[in-house]
Design a protein around this ligand. Structure first.
Ligand code: F6R
Length: 242
């Protein structure tokens, strides 16, 4: 594992976006694996800035996102499709048909999972997968206990995850109860993985990642078996390790 310690969130985002740009220079038709959540937002801003400065071109690029809520329309403001459109895709010259996100409104969810795994295998696997980490070590929607052999699957969201997300919805009843997520094995198919972590909130998870056992109770520990993992962490998230 390569570890890059950045001063703060901004520097972490700059390092990550530079690595993505380097990948795009090497391969203009690269496939990027993307995440939602707060952590990659700064990276997406940096990517948008460099696009506006004429340093990047996304015409040949494809993206594959990790996860999506079940039951939300792509236009729903809390859907991950909407998040990606708002925070990245609408500000760069990517062809929307080259952006893949599970379809949360699929009638046959199991079939949608299989279709998505096929997308990963045919369009992908990603040359570079960007990941955030949950405080309990989750990656994607793979919560503690998820099999390391898992491929794209349906997850029942725990009450604590639904409560944590309730603030984004009008009422608790509106918070989805399920999500579709790439599994651990699907994520590990990526050629290169960048795991981002920023802030005090992530310090325990980073300590556990670097000092704990590889165990299904801590999903991010699966990443340690990957041959090309880079952890980009800021000083706050790294502070318990030192
Ligand atoms: C989102 C995702 C999640 C987040 C994780 C951290 O697509 O895969 O695993 O990366 O929940 O979230 P933030 O970045 O909001 O702390």
């Amino acid at each position: 594992m390569n570890i890059i310690i950045a001063k703060d969130y901004k520097e972490m985002s700059q390092v990550a976006s530079q690595m993505i740009e380097d990948q795009m220079t090497k391969r203009p038709d690269a496939v990027l694996g993307l995440a939602t959540g707060g952590t990659p937002l700064g990276t997406y801003k940096e990517l948008i800035n460099s696009y506006k400065e004429g340093r990047t071109d996304y015409r040949l690029l494809s993206t594959i996102n990790l996860d999506e809520y079940v039951g939300l329309d792509p236009e729903h403001h809390q859907s991950y499709r909407y998040f990606m459109n708002q925070n990245l895709f609408q500000s760069i010259n990517i062809d929307k048909k080259n952006t893949y996100i599970p379809f949360g409104k699929a009638e046959e969810l199991e079939q949608e999972c299989r279709r998505y795994e096929e997308v990963i295998d045919t369009i992908g696997p990603p040359d570079l997968q960007l990941l955030g980490i949950g405080e309990n070590g989750h990656i994607g929607f793979n919560e503690p206990g998820t099999s390391f052999d898992s491929e794209t699957h349906i997850v029942n969201l725990t009450d604590s995850t639904r409560e944590a997300n309730a603030r984004f919805f009008e009422s608790m009843e509106d918070v989805p109860t399920k999500a579709i997520t790439m599994g651990i094995r699907s994520i590990l198919k990526s050629r290169k993985i960048i795991l981002l972590a920023s802030g005090d909130r992530k310090a325990d998870a980073i300590y556990q990642l670097l000092h704990g056992e590889t165990d299904e109770d801590f999903p991010a520990s699966s990443l340690k078996s990957h041959h090309d993992l880079t952890l980009i962490v800021d000083e706050d998230a790294y502070k318990k390790v030192q």
